[in-house]
Design a protein. Structure first.
Length: 42
């Protein structure tokens, strides 16, 4: 278990977002997603 680490996945491809989110959550990370940098910084 990695602890309480947060990851922000920024990608305009929803399939990549889903894949990365699933893999990171499976590894124990808290994951948020954004479609672009502007949304990621909001």
């Amino acid at each position: 278990m990695v602890g309480n680490f947060n990851v922000l996945v920024v990608d305009d491809d929803p399939d990549k977002q889903t894949l990365l989110k699933f893999a990171l959550q499976t590894a124990g990370y808290e994951v948020r997603t954004a479609d672009d940098g502007e949304e990621g910084l909001a």
